[in-house]
Design a protein around this ligand. Sequence first.
Ligand code: HAM
Length: 412
Amino acid sequence: MERLPGLRDFYPEPLPHTDVWSADARQYIFDKWRTTAKRYGFREYDGPPLEPLELFTTKSGAEIVGQLYNFEDKGGRQISLRPEMTPTLARMVAAHERNYKKPIKWFAIPQLFRYEKQQKGRLREHFQFNADLIGETDPAADAELIALVIDTLRAFGLTHEDFVIRLSSRNAWQDFYQAGGGELAHEYAFFQIIDKLERASPEESETKLAALGFSVAAVNAFIEAGKPTAELESILNNLAARGLREFIKIDYQVIRGLAYYTGVVFEAFDRKGEFRAIAGGGRYNNLVKLISGGKVDLAALGFGMGDVVLLELLKARGLMPKFDSPMDVFVVIEDEALRNISLKMVHDLRAANFAVEYPLTPAKADKQLKRAQELKVRFTVRAENDAYVRIRNAKTRDEVVTGIAGVANHLS
Ligand code: HAM
């Protein structure tokens, strides 16, 4: 049986094949995401991987809707696997926001599914670190969130020479669009043309822009001027106070594809421009209201950082550690008459928080020692009789004999 295209198998290292992913690397990434989010005061939440199709169809925008993994369930409901977390978060917050003090600072690490063409940095499934801040309109919140993106990437050993945050604003584009006589009804279509500018041919962009009364030249002049709005200026000052200014570049080329963004938007990219976006996010001040049918109105902003591009970048910069099995102790059972006593010792050592391995079935002593070596354990322990054990330090090769009750103490 073959795996579905664009989905991944995660194996423990050392990896058996180049076509599979490392479960150890995944855990390493999740741990860093969690610890950084907690340092910033974000609490973890989660939602269901399946949602009503409707949650995504009107809220996310055409591109994501075209990529939904959707189906009808046995109860005749229209269902979709989640392609992103933000609509779920908006639904959850709207349902119970009164129980939480504002601003709400939450994070999650959902697995997301998008039926898109598999390519470098893009799969049909990925894990995405989401951090969102709800109930604060001040740009200080935007700066706090961007600082979290920066510190998350720094936690992996990346520096300002490796990545940059391209900071932009839909408000700035909105002003540009309205000043140029653009109609409100076509504003999102205009945003989508800007979003595709880097990837589309100039002719294609020119035709589409002309239909809305704009030109590539005017759009490019606006991007090149790159004059920060007062709001962006305030974010830049906030980040400069933290010593993080060098990580930011004002870049109006970034506008984000998703429909719900309302203000500041940003994306993290590797400096050399070799990879796709590492992270992206922004303000979505109307989404909670839209999803709650007008019942709850809360400003919000957040970002998503995927594991796929991040891992590609970390590997390219030589920043991924090697992963071994983290075993502390191997209990050797040479004399089967001592198996029960040894089992009790294995159990007690595990209860004392040691990672312990032992032979499940009778085996020759040299075979057991070879296994202990492969596992790179720090100690081997062997019952000599029903009262005493011999402990050997694998590195120094020092040996001691101690009473069976004192093994855990001795090891620690
Ligand atoms: P997004 O830009 O669609 O934003 O995704 C965020 C990040 O997830 C991307 O920069 C990329 O690293 C990763 N990503 C997205 N799609 C794929 C894929 N098919 N394969 C691998 N990685 C992928 C959002 O999803 C927003 N909901 C983020 C957000 C949270 N905005 C506010 N709060």
